[in-house]
Design a protein around this ligand. Structure first.
Ligand SMILES: Nc1ncnc2c1ncn2[C@@H]1O[C@H](COP(=O)(O)OP(=O)(O)OP(=O)(O)O)[C@@H](O)[C@H]1O
Length: 412
């Protein structure tokens, strides 16, 4: 197979650009149908512009990623973009459609969100599998799936699909999975839930797919009040509080400090907790009859989770992002703060504040600011694409091949 493909590459040197111009996308669709498997080798955030999709064929040409998904391209997808602030019912409306569809898939950014959706659908007598990077729970007769976005199947056919927190397609580390799901899921109806900052980029990305895109805007369902005073002392902690911090060490230090006063017990939620433990901790906090009435969490709670939080308290507005300590961004602050006072929860109004008074100005200004408009989406080459490219350079090692691939991609 490799030699056949290498021959195709030699043909390309003789002028596949022209063939593409002459024959449109059909050649690419046939070729790209071999490229469906994605693997985690590297990530590229590329400025997306439909104007750049000039006819040039090469394994490093990533300018037409919509052609990588022939199943999705066979459909005229109806795309609904549900946009608005946190706690505005975007996901609720999309889930209603999923629940009433004969088959479907929910793709979320967190394992806990996928778990919440599978639980909800199974409770509503809609059998639903749960598939994440850590587990696979299959339910007899299920035609629905709740998955973390990386596990989205772009080869199956669905009546309805949801991609939650779609603004994450701009994320440097995980954005490519959202772009893949956006372009690749073959569903008659595709519901995208997230921040309005992603609308223009998504409309631009979908211009080339022929999908019908409709924007539905929402308003927050319950008030979120930024407090004028900081928490100050841990003696002011009360039932329903959630303290947010960004390292596991600090999470356990804060839990110890709060519990040492003898008034409250704390649940903890952070990304690297084993899934069952995370689920148990979130359930304990949500259960009003449990003694665990305070939550200490990382930004793992920031996306979409429905927890019984009355007040969010930022212990800091800085986090280490893998390379440096930086201030939280406007979207991060809004997402995390938005967990307080969820509609339908025990607390009809949410409050948000900081541990230290010095952080209040940044908190207040961020909550008032719109999220910056997204201009970039993550994109990722398929494993097969890299494999075929590597066959052209038999003397190079993997490191050099990836480096060369990355450099050549950048100049397109
Ligand atoms: N019309 C409704 N009737 C009953 N409950 C609703 C309704 N709309 C939303 N809710 C509930 O309000 C809460 C927030 O809704 P949802 O999760 O859809 O908000 P969202 O806009 O997606 O928020 P986020 O962006 O923070 O994820 C959920 O618990 C949801 O079940």
């Amino acid at each position: 197979m490799a030699s056949l493909l290498l021959r195709q590459r030699r043909v390309s040197a003789l002028g596949v650009s022209r063939i593409l111009q002459d024959n449109g996308d059909s050649f690419r669709l046939r070729l790209e149908s071999k490229f469906e498997t994605f693997a985690s080798i590297g990530v590229m955030i590329r400025k997306y512009s439909s104007g750049k999709s000039a006819a040039k064929f090469d394994f490093t040409d990533l300018t037409c990623p919509h052609t990588w998904y022939p199943n999705a391209r066979k459909k005229n997808r109806k795309v609904f973009l549900h946009v608005g602030p946190t706690n505005s019912g975007k996901t609720y409306h999309a889930l209603k459609r999923l629940e009433s569809s004969p088959s479907g898939i929910y793709c979320g950014p967190l394992r806990l969100l996928a778990w919440e959706v599978s639980k909800r659908l199974n409770k509503a007598k809609v059998p639903c599998d749960l598939i994440t990077g850590q587990e696979k729970e299959e339910v007899d007769g299920a035609k629905h799936k709740a998955v973390t976005v990386e596990m989205a199947d772009v080869t199956a056919d669905y009546d309805c699909a949801i991609i939650d927190e779609i603004q994450m397609l701009g994320c440097k580390t995980r954005g490519f999975s959202f772009t893949r799901a956006l372009l690749g899921i073959a569903a008659d109806e595709l519901h995208l839930c997230g921040d309005a900052a992603a609308v223009a980029l998504i409309q631009e990305l979908l211009k080339v797919t022929g999908d019908d895109v409709q924007v539905e805007s929402y308003e927050r369902l319950s008030p979120l009040v930024p407090l004028e005073v900081p928490l100050g002392s841990f003696s002011n902690i009360r039932t329903g509080d959630c303290i947010v911090t960004f390292s596991r060490k600090e999470i356990y230090q804060l839990k110890k400090r709060i519990e040492s006063r003898g008034k409250h017990l704390c649940s903890v939620v952070y990304g690297s907790l084993p899934p069952e433990t995370r689920t148990r901790q979130a359930t304990m906090f949500n259960d009003t009859s449990s003694e665990f009435d305070v939550l200490v969490a990382s930004d793992a709670i920031g996306m979409g989770l429905n927890l019984n939080i009355s007040r969010v308290i930022f212990s800091t507005l800085k986090k280490f992002d893998g390379s440096e300590m930086r201030d939280l961004t406007v979207p991060e602050i809004k997402q995390i703060a938005g967990r307080a006072g969820r509609y339908g929860s025990k607390f009809p109004m949410g409050e948000v504040t900081c541990l230290d008074a010095d952080d209040l100005p940044l908190l207040h200004s961020s909550l008032k600011s719109p999220s910056p408009i997204l201009e970039q989406a993550g994109l990722f080459p398929s494993f097969d694409l890299i494999f075929m490219y590597s066959r052209l350079q038999p003397k190079r090692g993997l490191y050099q091949i990836l480096g060369a691939f990355y450099r050549e991609c950048e100049i397109i």
